[in-house]
Design a protein around this ligand. Structure first.
Ligand code: ATP
Length: 234
């Protein structure tokens, strides 16, 4: 069976600075994969490479077996990859519903619709006419995830969902993951919190200084193993 996403030997550069070194990472359809690592390990760079925001060499990123490396971001989005970015990047002057509808402009058909997203996060229905900037941080995070789902992606990338949110709010957000994967959408979650990352994922990758230094089934990895990899003692 072809993996949904197969990244092979991915390097990434900012000018002369190399941020990723030979990264291999796979995601199967409907799987939740956690990507952990300390500040500056290369997690956001990895997501930027997969979404086409950071140019990469052709050949190292396969989506359903097709090469998407080097493709422009809009084509990769249409091929089924959507991201909820770090910092959420909502349109502050637009309403919640308008923000959500903007996610659907790629024209992909599938499970997710405004109604389905509102059923996943009922607060987004309740607050649909309010300006996005009037919502709490957790509610804004729900808008950002909902907007990404509106594109009907096969692969959803979540960058630092928990940033600046209280633990109970983060838990509420991550409780949406089973429903998202049940709809057939695979997820890569970038997360700083090792415990949380292992709880919510099927498999986990740890990056350290641009290299994968640990990977495995989340339930089989011990906290000590992950901690050592995270802090570069693996
Ligand atoms: P964080 O948790 O802080 O977001 P991260 O694991 O996502 O960290 P990246 O943001 O991918 O890490 O950064 C990886 C490396 O690339 C770091 O050394 C960072 O300083 C560098 N870097 C990131 N963005 C740029 C850029 N636009 N220009 C130059 N270097 C960059």
């Amino acid at each position: 069976m072809t993996n949904l996403l197969s990244v092979r030997n991915l390097d990434a550069f900012y000018g002369d600075f190399q941020a990723l070194f030979g990264v291999d990472l796979d995601v199967e359809a409907g799987e939740v994969v956690a990507l952990v690592g300390a500040n500056g390990a290369g997690k956001s760079t990895f997501l930027a490479s997969v979404t086409g925001l950071l140019p990469t060499r052709p050949g190292s990123i396969l989506l359903r077996g097709a090469n998407i490396a080097g493709e422009p971001a809009f084509r990769i989005a249409r091929a089924g990859v959507a991201m909820s970015p770090e910092g959420r990047r909502l349109f502050a002057s637009l309403s919640v519903e308008e923000n959500l509808r903007l996610g659907a402009t790629g024209g992909r058909k599938g499970h997710w619709s405004l109604e389905k997203v509102q059923a996943l996060f009922p607060i987004l229905k309740e607050k649909r006419r309010q300006g996005a900037s009037e919502l709490s941080g957790g509610q804004q995070q729900a808008v950002a995830i909902g907007r990404a789902l509106m594109a009907n992606p096969d692969l959803l990338l979540l960058d630092e969902v928990s940033l600046g949110l209280a633990p109970v709010v983060v838990r509420d957000i991550y409780e949406s993951l089973p429903a998202i994967r049940a709809a057939g959408t695979a997820v890569i979650v970038v997360e700083q919190d090792i415990g949380r990352a292992t709880e919510i994922s099927d498999r986990l990758y740890c990056l350290q200084e641009g290299r994968v230094n640990l990977t495995g089934r989340s339930r089989q990895l011990t906290r000590d193993q992950i901690g050592a990899a995270y802090f570069g003692r693996a």
